[in-house]
Write a new protein. Structure first.
Length: 307
């Protein structure tokens, strides 16, 4: 029997769901875990844990989030710990979010909305999505979910990863970052789904944005991958026509941030793909089944890669 400790957001729901499953699990919910709870548990299941609680002895940690950097960046995590994450239906949700804003931008929805408020009858110039080309930075599970949604709209989806290799899904092709120059002038929209690692921190800077002109930029990856000042400069010089930002280097976004007042920026409070309890349960049970069979899949985090 595996002993599971859960806490924080979705912890109570997770406790109830696992309790109903039965014999394989002994689960405990703690509002604030005590040292004794940590010593008792085989598996921690949560979004995060306070830094003052030592996690070095935990055999398996399941992150309720799709990203696990909150655990990876801790100094007290053991490299022998099995670290898994939640995928569930998050890629599809993220795809819906991106499609919504893709349509808003190319259908000129915000301009029409402003005209409505002013009772102004003025035709805009909506563009068809067909044959647009979208560049998705990253080709993991979130990117695959987005690509499937966009593909149904006859949008060409190009993935970017370190090898330039196709991961399957609905990508028409995949390239490396070094190949951006070969197709930058064909890109209508850039979507960032990259996880936060040492290599991706600050990766999207002035040099990156200078490749493009008149693009829509959507960030559903990590805020710290973007150099905010360089993004604002890219908006000012029309490399980026409009930015949809769901993640930021500091969250909540401070009131003093210049992003709030920029008319070419749409701010969303980190909700492009909200994790629900079914996402967590599905991923947790799959990870548990694979651990018992000594197998691994995309739910398992590679400490060396950082995702």
């Amino acid at each position: 029997m595996i002993k599971i400790l859960t806490t924080g957001r979705l912890g109570k729901e997770f406790f109830s769901a696992i309790k109903e499953i039965g014999k394989e699990f002994d689960i405990k919910y703690a509002e604030v875990p005590a040292p004794g709870d940590i010593e008792w548990t085989d598996c921690l299941a949560a979004f995060s844990l306070p830094d003052e609680i030592n996690i070095s002895g935990i055999k398996w940690i399941h992150s309720f989030g799709a990203g696990a950097e909150g655990f990876l960046e801790r100094k007290d995590i053991s490299n022998t710990t099995i670290l898994t994450r939640t995928v569930g239906n998050l890629g599809f949700k993220m795809g819906e979010f991106c499609l919504c804003h893709f349509l808003n931008f190319f259908q000129d929805t915000f301009k029409i909305y402003e005209n409505n408020k002013l009772k102004r009858w003025e035709c805009t110039h909506p563009q068809s999505l067909r044959d647009k080309t979208v560049l998705i930075l990253g080709t993991g599970e979130m990117a695959k979910g987005i690509s499937r949604i966009l593909y149904t709209m006859r949008i060409k989806v190009v993935g970017v990863n370190t090898e330039g290799s196709s991961p399957g899904g609905s990508f028409s092709e995949c390239i490396t970052f070094n190949e951006l120059n070969t197709m930058a002038n064909r890109i209508s929209c850039i979507i960032n789904t990259l996880p936060l690692t040492q290599k991706t921190r600050g990766l999207l800077d002035r040099q990156f944005f200078d490749h493009f002109h008149d693009v829509l930029f959507i960030n559903v990856g990590r805020g710290k991958s973007v150099v905010t000042g360089d993004l604002i400069a890219a908006i000012d010089n029309c490399s980026v026509l409009y930015a949809v930002l769901d993640v930021f280097d500091v969250e909540p976004l401070p009131e003093a941030s210049p992003l709030w007042d920029n008319p070419k920026v749409f701010i969303s409070p980190h909700q492009s793909a909200v994790t629900d309890i079914q996402d967590v349960i599905d991923s947790f049970l799959t990870a548990h089944r694979l651990i018992k069979s000594n197998k691994r899949n995309n739910l398992f985090v590679d400490f060396a890669k950082g995702y």
